[in-house]
Design a protein around this ligand. Structure first.
Ligand code: XIL
Length: 454
């Protein structure tokens, strides 16, 4: 959660309706509008192809409609921003910052001190030379953070400094080899001195495998405790969360619950947890079925729940928009994102959207406005300028004002439980008793409502 929630039951009811009765214009609910209502950031990278104008127009349209935070896939990394010593190139980063400003999005900076995507000159000229490497890293951080001061709200100051096997520092890094682990402490101090308002994160992967000392997150937690005790300005841990569907990788031991336990430990230190690079891939080459995609949607939802429910978690960032442009192929994985190759939303998109629609923040007793009432009544809701309306009587859902619609029913965890296509007048909902979300879509107009089936 980004800030203290102020969503009342009344506001929540309005959010569930998906349209404001006071507003005659249709306002399509998006991940972005719902993230705003839930006080969280939801985002996706701008893929490298975007910077060269190589993506179809609807990519950008989707991106700015659905997301309220953005990060560059490669364009703010060391090799992109300082390809030769002292020669800084901010063009692509500036392009993204401008795009974010024009569309009211938060900007995440990625990444300052990392062992990968470091230009050759660093190692060639200064490998192993502590004094020079300290100078090079300090200058890089001061120039880059200084250039985007006040525009980049948060930085991955250090990325992937911990080894992947038994938990210890990553010894192959040019920074570790030349400077030692204190390059991390220094990097945070330098970044903070240049932009004291920026949120500063340590970012890494495989942090969803538990916080015991044998796991990577356990090792990290000990370091965070030490940094905090020593007054190092670290404000957040980024969990990349590049995970694989559990059915295709039987050895994958990560879980949303484990990541949640890290969030809870960090809360004790007043440090935030952000999910910064989420993708949930399947092994390359296997056939991915509809039910696989639905299960994938549930895993996306479980990670989202951490961000919705843990007070020190505020960000849910996906490492790509469409499966067509994803780095996962190089990892021998596929189909890890929430839009398919044709930029059509996948079940994971629906699962996230519906979870955002149904999430009810814990309320104080003084703020107990019932959201139940309108779900038990027959109701009519109007989607903006069109006259699409729905009415429920028993299990019969009547639809007016539409020629051919799609009706979908989700349970309160966002799982799809029923759908019907090309419905004209009415449809019998084949669901058991309980509370559900119904979504009726025609073209780009959709109406979402909570219903109770008795
Ligand atoms: C990846 C990009 O997606 C690729 O285009 C690039 O070739 C390699 O880097 N962890 C990180 C990201 O912190 O910067 C990586 O991005 C993915 C893993």
């Amino acid at each position: 959660m980004k800030i203290t929630r102020s969503l009342s039951g009344v506001a929540l009811s309005a959010a569930l309706l998906g349209v404001g009765f006071s507003n005659a214009f249709a306002e399509e609910e998006t991940l972005r509008s719902l993230a705003d209502k839930n006080n969280i950031y939801i985002g996706a990278i701008l893929n490298s192809q975007w910077f060269g104008g190589g993506l179809p127009g609807n990519y950008e349209q989707i991106h700015k409609t659905q997301f309220n935070i953005v990060v560059a896939e490669n364009e703010m990394k060391f090799d992109a921003t300082e390809p030769s010593e002292g020669q800084f190139n901010y063009n692509n980063g500036d392009k993204m910052v401008k795009y974010a400003q024009q569309n009211g999005m938060r900007v995440r900076g990625h990444a300052l001190a990392w062992h990968s995507q470091v230009p050759g000159w660093v190692n060639q000229k200064y490998g192993g030379n502590k004094k020079e490497l300290l100078r090079v890293l300090k200058n890089h951080i001061e120039k880059v953070v200084g250039h985007w001061k006040g525009q980049v709200a948060e930085w991955d100051v250090v990325n992937e400094a911990i080894s992947n096997n038994e938990p210890q520092w990553r010894t192959g890094s040019v920074w570790y080899q030349g400077i030692g682990p204190e390059f991390i402490d220094s990097a945070f101090v330098w970044a903070h001195a240049v932009d004291p308002d920026a949120e500063l994160c340590y970012n890494d992967y495989n942090l969803e495998q538990g916080v015991n000392p044998k796991a990577k997150a356990g090792f990290l937690l000990e370091q965070v405790k030490r940094w905090v005790a020593n007054g190092i300005p670290i404000h957040c841990v980024g969990s990349q969360t590049h995970v694989e569907d559990t059915t295709t990788d039987k050895h994958f031991i990560g879980s949303p619950d484990s990541l949640r336990s890290l969030a809870k430990e960090l809360a004790k230190l007043n440090v935030k947890l952000k999910i910064t690079e989420l993708d949930i891939g399947f092994k390359s080459g296997i056939n991915v079925s509809k039910s696989d995609l639905e299960r994938q949607g549930q895993t996306f939802r479980q990670y989202l729940d951490i961000v919705l429910e843990e007070p020190n978690a505020d960000t849910y960032l996906i490492w790509g928009v469409s499966d067509k442009w994803s780095w996962l192929g190089g990892l021998n994985r596929q189909k890890g994102l929430i839009y398919d190759d044709n930029l059509q939303p996948k079940p994971a998109f629906d699962s996230i959207l519906v979870r955002l629609q149904t999430y009810e923040p814990p309320q104080d007793s003084s703020d107990k406005d019932s959201t139940e009432k309108d779900s038990t009544d027959a109701f009519k809701a109007i989607a903006g300028l069109t006259s699409l309306s729905i009415h429920l009587s028993g299990r019969t859902l009547s639809i007016a004002g539409a020629t051919a619609t799609k009706v979908e029913i989700f349970d309160m965890q966002g799982r799809p439980v029923f759908s019907a296509k090309n419905v004209k007048g009415s449809v019998d909902l084949k669901v058991t008793e309980g509370l559900y979300i119904v979504r009726v879509r025609e073209g780009s107009v959709s109406l979402t409502k909570r219903i109770a089936i008795h």
